[in-house]
Structures are given as C-alpha cells and as structure tokens.
Design a protein around this ligand. Structure first.
Ligand SMILES: C[S@@+](CC[C@H](N)C(=O)[O-])C[C@H]1O[C@@H](n2cnc3c(N)ncnc32)[C@H](O)[C@@H]1O
Length: 249
C-alpha cells in the first residue's frame, strides 16, 4: 500500500536543502506558488534570500527576530521587526502590526525556542490561506548534539570552537543556546500537534548524518559509512529536519 504524502520520512543529510542550498529551495517554492509576502523568523543576521531576487520578484521580505542586535547586522533592504515568536498570539499579532504572509520560514531557529507550539500557532494565524511555513532546523539525535545539549553552555561553545574553528561566533554566525523542543525525528505524535493547530503537513523529513567530525578525518569517514547503514535500517537518528506546513486555502 502506498504511504500518504504526509508520512514522516528519513533521508540522508546530503539531501537536506538547507544552509547554502536554502536560498534555491525557498526560491523554488516562492516561484511555484507566486508568494510575495515573506517572513524570515529568527533571520536577524543571515537573511536567506538575496537582494536581487527580492527586487526582481517584487517581494516584501520581513525579518522577524527577538534580537535587535541581530537585526542590525542585516542590511536595510529588509522590513525589520523586533518580535518574540513565542509571545502569546495577541502580543505577536501586535508586534508584527497585524501583517499576513504567504510564506513564513525559519532557518536554524526552531531548536532555540522554549515554546514551539505557541510559535507554530502564531505562524498559523499570521499565514494567508494557501500559505506555507518552511522550517529548517537542527535535530539532536546524534552524539555531538547530544553532548551539546547535556554540557554546560561554556563547554559546548568551547567544543564548537575546536570542531569548527572558522565559525565567527561573535559575528553573523553567533552560537545561540539550543533546547531542541519538538526537534526530534519526525513522527506521528508531532504530526498530530501540527494538525491540531490546523496545518496540513506537506513534508516532514529527518536527515541522517552530520559534519561535526570534519576536522577528524578517520572519524568523519566512519560516520559517513555508518549513516548509510542507519538510513537503510530507517533508525530515527536525525541531525536536521525539514518541516513544510500548509494552511488550507
Ligand atoms: C541560530 S540563529 C539563526 C540565524 C539565521 N536564521 C541563520 O540560519 O543563520 C537563531 C536566531 O533566532 C533568533 N531567536 C531566538 N529566539 C527567538 C524568538 N523567540 N523569537 C524570534 N527570534 C528568536 C535569535 O535572535 C537568532 O537571530
């Protein structure tokens, strides 16, 4: 029997359409559906869409972030809104001045918030009918991220510096405390939460494998082999997830 399209799925990390692939992935969705009103949640320092695409496609791009200092890092082309995505619905509505969006997306944001259900509710109410939410986020079901979650912030930040020395922690790629609520591997219980809010789930995929061992070549090679076995066995050891939710037209 064929699985319904909304079934949670597992895939390999090479197919995760985030980081340098996120812009192209988002553009495809925007062009396909003719979306114009777009909100990037927690996008402060690193907006995912480039200036040229925004201008050429007549897009209204709002950057919504809790941090004024992060918003200040982005250029002035964007409509910058200082707001807490987890505020109660009335407050969030006021903070975004009652705006409605065709596409609300977030990139490496969901793992940082304490009340994801409230955030998903707020996004639902701020979506136009026929609109979508697209969330790319980290999932903690692997060894390095389990350590990141369990260790005190100072020590985990120190380990990130060792594993990823090129990362500019004070600049545009600052490290924010991750709490990973509702960021486990996609499953039916999570689907039920999104459906209860009102969403239709277009895609919920967990990605297996990571690059945390890149500086330690033999370990990285071992991890690459292991991830294929984990994927074959369909074990929910996910490092990242993609979640696409739709508000019915
Ligand atoms: C890890 S950064 C991701 C930045 C960017 N999207 C990227 O991928 O490089 C997380 C961002 O979420 C913002 N943030 C954290 N909690 C938030 C909240 N409750 N409401 C809105 N933004 C929040 C932080 O200020 C930060 O800019």
């Amino acid at each position: 029997m064929q699985e319904p399209v909304t079934a949670p799925t597992l895939d390999l990390i090479d197919n995760f359409p985030a980081f340098d692939k996120a812009g192209a992935h988002l553009k495809e969705i925007i062009i396909e559906h003719g979306y114009k009103m777009i909100a990037d949640i927690g996008g402060g320092a690193n907006p995912m869409l480039d200036d040229e695409f925004i201008a050429n496609n007549n897009i209204h791009y709002s950057l919504i972030d809790i941090s004024r200092s992060e918003l200040l890092k982005a250029n002035s082309l964007y409509n910058k809104i200082e707001a807490d995505a987890t505020s109660n619905n009335d407050t969030f509505h006021k903070q975004i001045a009652g705006m409605k969006f065709d596409l609300i997306f977030s990139h490496m944001f969901l793992e940082h918030i304490n009340d994801p259900v409230q955030a998903h509710r707020n996004f639902y109410s701020a979506l136009n009918p026929g609109g979508r939410c697209v969330h790319y986020y980290a999932s903690p079901n692997n060894l390095p991220l389990t350590l990141n979650r369990l260790l005190p912030e100072k020590i985990s930040a120190c380990l990130v510096r060792i594993a990823q020395p090129a990362r500019d922690l004070e600049g545009s790629r600052g490290k924010f405390k991750a709490v990973y609520k509702m960021c486990g591997a996609p499953n039916r219980a999570l689907s039920a939460v999104f459906e209860e809010i009102g969403y239709t789930i277009s895609q919920h995929t967990g990605y297996i494998g990571h690059t945390y061992y890149e500086r330690f070549k033999p370990v990285a090679m071992l991890e690459r082999r292991l991830r294929k076995i984990i994927h074959k066995l369909q074990l929910p050891l996910t490092s990242n997830c993609l979640l696409i939710l739709e508000k019915r037209a």
